[in-house]
Design a binder for this molecule. Structure first.
Ligand SMILES: NC(=O)c1ccc[n+]([C@@H]2O[C@H](COP(=O)([O-])OP(=O)(O)OC[C@H]3O[C@@H](n4cnc5c(N)ncnc54)[C@H](O)[C@@H]3O)[C@@H](O)[C@H]2O)c1
Length: 328
């Protein structure tokens, strides 16, 4: 589905709760697309940590637009910033400055929530913190407000009962660097109404995301439900001595026409992240679908952890460190 193929969301006022890595990006992107944006933060200290993130994002958007306007532009296109067909660098730079000066930082939750059309919760990935946030927020929202979580690993049904509006509560999950990696996975929980789901799909589209419907709850949403088992399958072949990373990558790339094999992807994602994901998937086997769970159990997770930990200890952290499974 392309941009502009949805009805309008009829939203204007957007509130982001939490100004961390992702909260600041969602806020910046929404403001860049013309929305009235407030970031709710819990303390003065949070303001001190969020403002430098917004300063850095302003620069990232400016750098991206300049690159898009250069001869290397087409291979570095940021779909969250503009379409190639009607790109106007000066207009985009102007939108960046308007976004940067327009974002409001607010400590008063009631003030932030008043008259909000959508609130996107992007606070720490911790059940207790999220529940406390929803319980405090529930009595402060006007009836019309749709509430979303950006949680990567927690399911919205865990929190629906604390929101005071389970029919208007769902997941809106972004990828990191949303001006480039502009997917938004929109995931319903059992009580989410169709109207809220459609409105969030439309909103995601309006902030230049490729809105992807996830009609049932699923850990890992769409991308990670496919990517994580794929990466583990490659790593399992390696740690069991079946073959070496370069050959496994070639089998995948030349056999399917895909641009990268599992070890090339591991090197881009970073070995620390790979280690953390392997750790988490071992602890919570339900992260795999029931079908996959049976297949995953024979995986040599112990061997994977040894290989990944050794690489971390040796500083082979992936492409950004100059070496991972490959040397760069
Ligand atoms: N980092 C990513 O790549 C990524 C990608 C997609 C989704 N997410 C999700 O986004 C959410 C935030 O992740 P992040 O990476 O931005 O984290 P972060 O640690 O960078 O930011 C967390 C923010 O929440 C605030 N916060 C922490 N505890 C709080 C509390 N008790 N009450 C209110 N505010 C609190 C912090 O001050 C900070 O502003 C998580 O649910 C995470 O799963 C992260």
């Amino acid at each position: 589905m392309g941009i502009n193929s949805f009805n309008r969301s009829n939203m204007t006022k957007v509130v982001i709760a939490g100004g961390g890595v992702l909260g600041s990006q969602i806020a910046f992107q929404s403001a860049y697309c013309g929305f009235d944006v407030t970031i709710w933060l819990r303390s003065q200290g949070s303001i001190g940590r969020t403002q430098p993130k917004l300063d850095a994002l302003r620069q990232s958007y400016i750098d991206a637009i300049k690159l898009m306007d250069s001869p290397e532009g087409s291979s570095n296109w940021c779909r969250g910033i503009a379409d190639a067909e009607n790109f106007n660098a000066a207009e985009c730079l102007n939108k960046v400055e308007e976004a940067y000066s327009g974002i409001k930082l607010e400590l008063d939750m009631a003030k932030a929530a008043s008259d909000s059309d959508i609130i996107i919760e992007s606070v720490a990935e911790n059940v207790k913190d999220k529940v406390a946030f929803y319980e405090a927020l529930a009595p402060l929202m006007p009836a019309k407000t749709i509430l979303c979580t950006n949680s990567s690993t927690l399911l919205p049904s865990t929190f629906a009962k604390y929101t005071g509006r389970p029919d208007k509560y769902l997941s809106l999950h972004f990828a990191n660097s949303i001006w480039k990696n502009n997917t938004a996975e929109v995931m319903a929980q059992g009580q989410t109404s169709k109207e809220s789901f459609d409105a969030v799909m439309a909103f995601a589209n309006e902030i230049r995301m490729i809105a992807l419907p996830v009609n049932k709850e699923k850990n890992g949403y769409l991308l990670n439900s496919m990517l994580v088992p794929f990466l583990f399958s490659g790593l399992d072949l390696y740690v069991n001595g079946v073959s070496d990373p370069a050959s496994i990558d070639k089998a995948w790339k030349y056999g399917t026409g895909a641009p990268r094999g599992p070890f090339e992807i591991f090197d881009v994602v970073g070995i620390n992240t790979a280690y953390n994901i392997a750790l988490q998937y071992q602890k919570v086997p339900s992260l795999f679908s029931p079908l996959l769970r049976k297949m995953m159990m024979p995986y040599n997770f112990k061997g994977m952890m040894v290989v990944l930990k050794k690489m971390i200890d040796e500083g082979k952290l992936g492409k950004s460190a100059g070496e991972g499974f490959y040397k760069y």
